[in-house]
Design a protein around this ligand. Structure first.
Ligand code: COA
Length: 266
């Protein structure tokens, strides 16, 4: 067995991260680069991607940027093909692009629901589909970012919960279909993570301290803690793991939808 605790766990690998311009996606990209992977960043806003790429390059890593929307299959397929051509290969895909907001189901528009499902679920399928041929060449690994809302019934989150539950199921189906081709497919389900756009949208600062007290571990998670879980899954340490969703939530899912009920005032 390879030494799973070696530095440069991803030396010689090439990775692509959607949603790589900020938050959890950016954190994953930086950790992958720190471990020796060439990293391609995909997201809608080139400036955000370039900022992350600069941080990676300043630290001695390699990064390329590919601005596109994961909902636009032809553009995403081109971005993935370009990234694989530039790096000479593609081994790792991380699906971190997501959209979310708080909205009661009774007033959420059909287009609002569809927008989140399009970004999260369809965007994840689009990236997996477009990356498949590259990953299948030498084997590879996919990790998608879901959320505890995928399993925990959660008010104001019907759109995100449905989309993330779809990603969890997609993960298991693809793991089954692609395992024999040497492609592992897993997911990570973060709970509340500090310093992300998601948390500023879902838990504004005025409700934050009350929410933190309800997390069994008593605090929000960090981007680095989510990135470390993704690194584990794509590294040799995770070589026998496929079709799994790893909860990294400080125990938040154990207490049900409580924090969101607080936000509804119920
Ligand atoms: N509450 C209710 N509905 C909302 C909403 C909110 N806070 N924000 C957007 N919507 C609805 C819009 O009203 C629109 O529906 P309509 O046409 O019936 O009015 C629909 O969602 C699409 O909105 P639009 O702004 O055109 O979509 P977009 O494709 O530009 O943006 C979103 C997608 C809505 C998911 C946007 O929040 C986004 O881009 N998020 C990315 C960043 C993010 O959410 N990060 C956190 C991830 S956890």
């Amino acid at each position: 067995m390879e030494n799973v605790f070696a530095p440069n766990l991803l030396a010689g690998k090439a990775a692509l991260v959607t949603g790589g311009g900020s938050g959890i996606g950016a954190g994953i990209a930086m950790l992958f680069a720190h471990h020796g992977a060439k990293v391609a960043l995909v997201g809608r806003t080139l400036e955000k991607l370039e900022n992350v790429a600069k941080t990676i390059r300043d630290a001695g890593g390699e990064a390329s940027t590919h601005a596109c929307d994961v909902r636009d299959y032809p553009a995403l397929e081109k971005a993935i093909n370009d990234a694989a051509t530039q790096a000479g290969r593609l081994d790792l895909l991380v699906n971190s692009a997501a959209g979310n907001f708080l909205a009661p189901a009774a007033s959420l528009s059909a287009n609002g629901f569809r927008s989140v499902v399009d970004i999260d679920l369809c965007g994840t399928f689009n990236a997996c589909r477009a990356a498949f041929a590259h990953l299948a060449k030498q084997g590879g690994s996919i990790v998608s970012i879901t959320a505890t809302q995928a399993d925990v019934p959660t008010p104001l989150q019907v759109h995100a919960g449905a989309a993330k539950a779809g990603i969890a199921k997609l993960t298991r189906d693809l793991a089954l279909e692609w395992g024999r081709m040497g492609i592992r497919v897993n997911a990570v389900a973060p709970g509340p993570v500090e310093g992300t756009e998601g948390m500023s949208r879902l838990a504004p600062p005025d409700v934050e301290s009350g929410l933190k007290k309800r997390v069994p571990l008593g605090r929000y998670g960090t981007i680095d803690e989510i990135a470390a879980a993704v690194l584990y899954l794509v590294s040799p340490a995770g070589a026998y793991v496929t079709g799994s969703t790893l909860l990294i939530d400080g125990g938040t899912s154990l207490i049900g939808p409580g924090p969101f009920l607080d936000m509804m005032g119920g």
